[in-house]
Design a protein around this ligand. Structure first.
Ligand code: LIP
Length: 262
């Protein structure tokens, strides 16, 4: 039975999703325009965050907020905040690729306690509340049962545009590719984690990812029986943006590869 907060999050995600699906149809027409879809997608992104913020802050005016487009705002209740990416997979959306999601997390005293990742293009609603399990369209989900790395596939984000994490990620790939069934770079961290939670991917890692990209997905994986840790044990995933996630059987070996420095 979903809590009142989770129902509020689902309602907000669906309302933003309807707006994004409408805009996504227009983006596909813009691919051929000289100006391109860039400004249009920025507006779609901001409109989705406006919709979500209006829904959540009307229902819970005292909670804090951090959103990709509008930044951070403290709430009267210092223990609770929304962590929101209105459009995770922005570059996919911009290029007319139907793989993006609305990500909404509720944090309480530093722990994620409720999560929604909504893939509006495929109508897949991933939800979780701490201690109550993870669900896809109201059906219980679990991480994969694979035990062998060589049978498993992993997702990640490969840095672009001169980001400093590229050398380490290239090193990760050179170590993983020979001992796994492959790596996928699908461009939406929230869905990468949701796919680990439902067993489509066996693990995921990324370096330098934003809190709003992964906050909801972290709870999905944990509530589906998976493990999530920072790359460096002294860090926090949310603060550092360095994350490793996998099912219980694979996690130790996978994390050892990602954490080896030499
Ligand atoms: C994206 C992440 C993805 C990462 C991209 C980008 P955005 O988030 O979901 O995993 O590799 O660099 O950060 O920008 O689409 O919200």
């Amino acid at each position: 039975m979903a809590s009142a907060n989770l129902n509020i999050m689902i309602k907000a995600a669906r309302k933003a999703g309807r707006s994004l699906v409408k805009d996504f149809r227009e983006v596909e027409n813009l691919q051929v325009s000289v100006k391109g879809a860039g400004d249009f997608v920025s507006r779609a992104d901001r409109e989705a965050e406006r919709i979500i913020k209006e829904e959540l802050r009307t229902a819970r005016p005292n909670y804090g907020w951090i959103g990709e487009e509008t930044g951070e705002e403290a709430g009267e209740d210092p223990t609770r905040r929304w962590i929101v990416d209105p459009l995770d997979g922005t570059t996919n959306f911009l290029h007319g690729l139907p793989h993006w999601a609305v990500s909404i997390a509720l944090e309480h005293k530093g722990e994620i306690v409720a999560a929604v990742v909504f893939d509006a293009a495929k109508d897949e609603m991933f939800t979780a509340e701490r201690g109550d399990g993870a669900f896809l369209n109201d059906r219980r989900i679990r991480v994969s049962g694979r035990r062998q790395m060589i049978e498993s596939i992993f997702a990640t984000g490969v840095p672009f545009g001169g980001r400093g994490t590229l050398p380490a990620t290239i090193r990760d790939l050179s170590r993983l590719m020979p001992v796994t069934a492959g790596v996928r770079r699908w461009g939406a961290a929230a869905l990468d984690l949701a796919y680990v939670a439902c067993g489509r991917f066996d693990g995921y890692w990324e370096r330098g990812i934003n809190s709003w990209d992964v906050a909801a997905g972290i709870l999905l994986v944990k509530e589906a029986g998976g493990f999530v840790e920072p790359i460096r044990s002294e860090e926090s995933v949310i603060e550092s943006g360095n994350i490793i996630a996998a099912n219980a059987q694979l996690f130790e070996g996978f994390a050892e590869i990602i954490r080896s420095r030499d």
